[in-house]
Design a protein around this ligand. Structure first.
Ligand SMILES: [Ca+2]
Length: 484
């Protein structure tokens, strides 16, 4: 499938050209051509940066994910835009900071908003390029019919419309939640269904879809968004105890099994070489759940904060036709960059609404290690620009956050109580030396504070910032149910 060509080669329509800089000094640029791959994105929910053995977990193993990482690319500075479900998924699927498209936080069952019909999702991008598309698992971009996956680019859907704890068995406020529906496309096929089967069922659906696509000789895009290991945790009886590290370990092992089952199927179908299989998490661990939460250590904090533990996630990409085995990428990148990366891979030049991502194809293939974006911006809560990262620097603007430091931990599915409203001052951290964000060196590097503050001001002009009462000029509205 892979043919080396010289610079002078001309592209044919559906090929991608990846420029290999073989020498830093000469003009020995060469290209190689690869047919657009099948694409599978497996997204875990609330899985921490340190929850895979290839990312630091020591109390259990994740052999299938580790193998994928060792034979593909392992990113160590990969970010989600926001440390919470809906916002994170909105950015992954559209290439926009979620506040650009009017989505923040985690939408509840009765939320009147969802993804706007004018936005383009990955599903729609792949569909318009001739792919069959499917989404299995957790959607969370709106619960009313106009927001469903079938209306936003997915030919097949089976899953839950929002989080698996938004149901009448919630440990704190069960009365707040209606029965949790399970959808097959636009039809509800059950309520409060057996969550011990979720990981297996969504994996089986994915595998069936892959087989069907191969039978039909059609390229495919599968977006498999496991609701686990978001609480409440569930594991099937036959897999209970397999990690030797309690229920949380078992549940992560089950996700590792899912990756293994998919990789094995790709192998047996003979399509491993040109299938891009990506694994990542939507945000960091939900630390108030104690032994039912993951870990991001040594990163600071977790979900619902913009410290590294909330927004830095494992990111593994396996694509033998284009990604060299064992690639380690330490350059910052973010979920918003995936949409333009796929556009480049697909040679898709359709112009849509403005988005924030940039293609990271060269990072992904090891052709270059330079950052594609000057900075990444971390918004949270109601459009608060809380932090910005550029190169090795991260600047936090004064904001409040919550922590479990000094609090009694949660236990067995019952959460502990956060200390809410802790003040974070203006703080500069050098992540190359202080990945745990412990030493505020803002006073020592005023020029860096100034540079990052100026970058932040440019983003505030675009997307606003409620911490500084700045209105953005480019924010778009979400979809609303009363529009139609
Ligand atoms: Ca999540």
């Amino acid at each position: 499938m892979l043919t080396m060509q010289t610079c002078s080669s001309l592209l044919n329509k559906k090929a991608i050209f990846i420029y290999l800089f073989l020498s830093l000094t000469g003009c020995s640029e060469k290209t190689f051509r690869i047919a657009p791959p099948n694409v599978i994105i497996v997204l875990a929910d609330d899985l921490g940066y340190a929850d895979l053995s290839s990312y630091g977990a020591t109390n259990y193993r994740t052999p299938n994910l580790d193998k994928l990482a060792s034979k593909g690319a392992r990113f160590t500075n990969f970010y989600v835009n926001q440390p919470v479900c809906t916002a994170s998924r909105a950015a992954l699927l559209t290439g926009s900071y979620s506040n650009r498209i009017g989505l923040n936080g985690a939408l509840g069952p009765n939320s009147p908003i969802g993804i706007h019909e004018n936005e383009t999702t990955l599903g729609e991008l792949f569909q318009r390029n001739g792919y069959r598309t499917a989404h299995y698992g957790k959607w969370h971009l709106g619960n009313f019919p106009q927001f469903h996956p079938s209306k936003h680019g997915f030919d097949d859907y089976y899953g839950i419309p929002y989080s698996n704890d938004m149901w009448p068995f919630h440990p704190e406020n069960p009365e707040a939640w209606p029965d949790l529906p399970l959808y097959e496309n636009d039809t509800i096929v059950g309520y409060n269904t057996d969550q011990t089967r979720f990981t297996a069922e969504f994996t089986e659906r994915s595998i069936n879809f892959i087989e069907e696509s191969v039978r039909n000789n059609e390229p495919f895009f599968v977006y498999l968004a496991h609701p686990m290991p978001h609480v409440p945790l569930f594991i099937s009886e036959e897999k209970e105890g397999t990690s030797g590290a309690g229920l949380y370990g078992d549940v992560v092992r089950d996700i590792d099994w899912s990756i293994g089952a998919i990789a094995t199927k790709l192998e047996s179908l003979g399509i491993t070489e040109n299938t891009l299989l990506i694994f990542l998490s939507d945000n960091g661990p939900w630390l108030s759940y104690g032994n039912h939460a993951g870990s991001a250590l040594p990163l600071r904090e977790g979900k619902h904060t913009v410290f590294e533990g909330g927004v830095r996630v494992p990111f593994i990409a396996h694509w033998p036709a284009a990604i060299p085995s064992g690639l380690e990428a330490h350059t910052p990148a973010m979920t918003i960059d995936l949409f333009p990366t796929f556009k480049e891979i697909l040679n898709d030049h359709e112009v849509g609404l403005p988005i924030d991502g940039e293609s990271i194809l060269k990072l992904l293939t090891g052709a270059d290690t330079n950052a594609v974006q000057q900075a990444y911006y971390f918004y949270f809560r109601n459009n608060e620009l809380q932090a910005v990262r550029s190169q090795n620097w991260k600047l936090h603007f004064p904001h409040s956050y919550r922590t479990m430091d000094g609090q009694a931990p949660g236990l067995d599915g019952i959460p502990g109580r956060y200390n809410d409203d802790v003040a974070s001052e203006l703080a500069l951290y050098d992540l190359s030396d202080d990945v745990a964000e412990q030493f505020n060196i803002a006073d020592e590097y005023p020029e860096v504070v100034l540079r990052l503050s100026e970058l932040a001001n440019l983003k505030r002009e675009q997307l606003g910032d409620s911490l500084t009462d700045t209105m953005g000029s480019e924010n778009r509205e979400p979809g609303r149910i009363n529009e139609n």
